[in-house]
Ligand binder design. Structure first.
Ligand SMILES: [Zn+2]
Length: 113
């Protein structure tokens, strides 16, 4: 019984993963159109799915919304992105808070070569 249940759970998680991808694709499309209220809604939905099915939101997507107020970031419109001392610093124009992401994770392979 438990094995059957686990198999089903895996299917749900795969669907959840696809839905998160799809929601962020929509959020990006509407964000670029200026319909930010829709983008924010899609971010909220993606987060709900992520929490319900314990599917982490991919890193490339977590950087596209504010960690504090979860609004979708459209560079120059709702966020300002700067690079300072090896950190990507994004400023949210809505809640006026900063998020810092280290650059090292990506550049480590480049520095070694
Ligand atoms: Zn914010």
């Amino acid at each position: 019984m438990s094995r059957k249940h686990n198999g089903k759970k895996q299917v749900y998680r795969t669907i959840a993963h696809h839905r998160i991808h799809y929601l962020f694709t929509l959020a990006e499309a509407y964000g670029l159109e200026g319909k930010l209220y829709l983008s924010d809604r899609y971010v909220a939905l993606a987060r709900k799915i992520s929490m319900k099915y314990l599917v982490p939101i991919p890193v490339e997507y977590t950087r596209r919304f504010c960690k504090h107020c979860y609004c979708y970031h459209v560079p120059s419109l709702t966020s300002r992105v700067r690079i300072h001392r090896g950190m990507i610093i994004s400023y949210c124009t809505r809640c006026k808070k900063y998020s810092r992401i280290p650059l090292h994770g990506h550049s480590s392979s480049i520095r070694q070569s």
